[in-house]
Design a protein around this ligand. Structure first.
Ligand SMILES: Nc1ncnc2c1ncn2[C@@H]1O[C@H](COP(=O)(O)OP(=O)(O)O)[C@@H](O)[C@H]1O
Ligand SMILES: [Mg+2]
Length: 260
């Protein structure tokens, strides 16, 4: 397995507040990294680093051994807990929009044959996430779970290698969340994705991840809460890779303290 993302001595600071401190981390191609940690630890900032939306104050981030470039490019897709999709566009238009960014960055729109091809791809992706019958619905006409399926379709239609998920299922009911787990695991395998998922739900982190990382401060200064930043304080490998039979993970049981 090869390293896809490599962080070396990465620091994130906002003004004089240190958020992430000396982060060293390799993320392997095809892995599913679950990120847990207290609110405000810098988990979303960490995802923004991978997206290229945030530049480290110090340190380096490499993708395939090359310095990470900020771009609205095809290699990274992202889904947030809410508001990933545009309310004034149908499911189909939302999904096509995910492609237009990539294929016509200057134009912003596709025409003619390119447009028809994009539409076909978008329909196929919506079918893959279980929204084949909802192409012309607007987000407001969809349940929370359907909206997250749409957000996933919008992210995946670019065929990214890396899918970033920021508490994607946190607002969903438990039953719906379980359906989403099945979906995301299937997509992870079918599209050979590398997934980095932030979650508050320790059970979800263990159920889905091949690895669970905890982001937190090692040191606290009670008089200066932002004097120290967060880094990886736990790094638990769970299972090998996506080739492995993941149905086994259904049998993982964890107690209230998050122990296997
Ligand atoms: N663009 C920003 N400018 C200044 N402070 C920020 C910015 N983004 C996040 N922060 C601060 O950085 C800290 C970490 O935020 P975040 O990465 O969103 O944490 P988490 O996702 O773990 O809850 C918080 O204290 C937050 O207020
Ligand atoms: Mg966050």
């Amino acid at each position: 397995m090869s390293t896809l993302l490599r962080f070396r001595d990465v620091w994130v600071e906002y003004g004089d507040r240190i958020i992430i401190e000396k982060l060293n981390l390799d993320i392997e191609q095809g892995s599913f990294a679950s990120i847990v940690g207290p609110s405000g630890a810098g988990k979303s900032s960490f995802l923004r680093l991978i997206l290229g939306q945030e530049a480290p104050r110090r340190g380096t981030i490499a993708l395939d051994g090359e310095p990470l470039t900020p771009e609205c490019g095809p290699d990274r897709g992202v889904v947030f807990q809410r508001y990933s999709v545009f309310p004034h566009l149908t499911a189909l238009r939302n999904t096509i929009l995910g492609m237009e960014c990539e294929k016509a960055p200057l134009l912003g729109r596709l025409f003619g044959g390119a447009r028809r091809a994009a539409e076909e791809e978008a329909v196929a992706m919506l079918e893959a996430v279980g929204l084949g019958h909802s192409l012309h619905l607007y987000p407001a006409q969809m349940s929370g779970g359907m909206q997250q399926r749409l957000a996933i379709a919008q992210a995946l239609v670019k065929r990214p290698r890396i899918l970033l998920l920021d508490e994607p299922f946190g607002a969903l009911d438990p039953g719906i969340r379980a359906d989403m787990h099945v979906l995301i695991r299937r997509l992870w395998r079918e599209y050979s994705l590398t997934i980095v998922m932030v979650t508050h739900d320790i059970r979800e982190a263990f159920t889905l991840g091949t690895r669970v990382l905890a982001l937190d401060k090692r040191r606290h200064d009670p008089h200066a809460p932002h004097r120290f930043g967060a880094t990886v304080v736990y790094d638990l490998p769970l299972r090998a890779r996506q080739e492995e039979d993941l149905d086994q993970s259904e049998n993982i049981t964890i107690d209230e303290n998050g122990n296997n």
